[in-house]
Design a protein around this ligand. Structure first.
Ligand SMILES: Nc1ncnc2c1ncn2[C@@H]1O[C@H](COP(=O)(O)OP(=O)(O)OP(=O)(O)O)[C@@H](O)[C@H]1O
Length: 281
């Protein structure tokens, strides 16, 4: 399965989003501009409540910007569409349908004949490592396996972009790493653009071509960090010195008041005490 590599260009141009009503109204996103190239993997990293999900909501077409524009392949985003596949932390599978039918559901909606859609669903389940689990119900699967089904369910629509909102946030650390590796394998095959929301620095550094760091509310993009780590990536990367260096830099960005050394000048000891690294954001 492959995607048209020229598809999936995202342009978010000077977007502001206001949420709430009356006296409670506030600016959730302030002047956010992001450009994602076709096939690029971008992680949005930011503290809790900074507006990451709001940004994804605008990309998904669930929220309209109060100012600015959101475009995918040149077309304005005006509502949800299967071209923009969404994967959340919580599961959206139909518990009463078998796994293969959950995955095939998007094609059913398009009127694709049963035999053809089940074949595609089987192929995708194989791609996400769930061969042999086609005929069980979601409730019989572990959390990680259910997330694999979610990914297959989105991929069956051949999305131009995948929008992922902390999809592995509820998984234990080991399963999470396995899922990250799986996602990278799948992405290498399908070449869809991915915008992946996380507040986990390790996850962002492990997955992305580029990290965009957001400020606390109102959310703005405060730094762009291109990642030069070679692909394919594996768990060894997590202990490399450059990874640790970048992790310290991200920690400093996410903790206002901490000194942020320019990346090229970071020493192996970095700008942030090692003791800070143990804290989650
Ligand atoms: N419908 C809404 N009405 C009012 N406020 C909202 C609404 N949705 C979100 N908010 C608030 O807007 C801000 C941004 O929320 P958002 O969920 O986008 O942040 P986030 O960065 O994804 O947070 P987290 O990492 O905790 O999921 C938060 O302060 C949140 O409480």
């Amino acid at each position: 399965m492959s995607n048209n590599a020229s598809q999936g260009k995202i342009e978010i141009d000077r977007v502001h989003i206001r949420l709430g009503a009356g006296k409670q109204e506030f600016e959730a996103l302030q002047d956010v501009s992001i450009s994602v190239a076709p096939g690029e993997f971008v992680c949005i990293l930011g503290p809790s409540g900074c507006g990451k999900s709001t940004l994804l909501g605008a990309l998904a077409g669930h929220l309209a910007p109060s100012q600015g524009s959101v475009r995918v392949d040149g077309l304005p985003v005006s509502g949800p569409h299967p071209d923009r596949g969404l994967v959340f932390q919580h599961h959206t599978l139909f518990p009463w349908k078998k796994v293969v039918e959950n995955v095939a559901f998007g094609l059913k909606m398009k009127g694709i004949p049963r035999r053809q859609r089940l074949q595609q669903a089987h192929d995708l389940l194989k791609l996400v490592g769930l061969e042999g689990f086609e005929n069980v119900y979601p409730g019989q699967l572990s959390g990680g396996m259910q997330q694999r089904v979610e990914i297959a369910r989105v991929l069956i629509n051949h999305p131009r972009v995948m929008l992922m909102d902390e999809p592995f946030g509820a998984l234990d650390a080991q399963t999470r790493l396995k899922m990250q590796e799986l996602l990278l394998e799948v992405w290498a095959r399908i070449q869809t653009s991915i915008v992946f929301i996380t507040h986990d620095i390790d996850e962002a550094l492990f997955l992305a071509d580029r990290i965009l760091v957001m400020s606390p509310r109102p959310g703005r993009i405060i730094e762009e960090i291109p990642l030069e780590f070679a692909r394919p990536r594996n768990a060894e990367l997590l202990t490399s010195s450059r990874f640790t260096q970048l992790k310290r830099h991200c920690m400093a960005l996410l903790h206002p008041g901490a000194h942020v050394a320019p990346l090229e000048r970071l020493s192996p000891l970095g700008a942030v005490p090692a003791s800070l690294l143990q804290f989650a954001i």
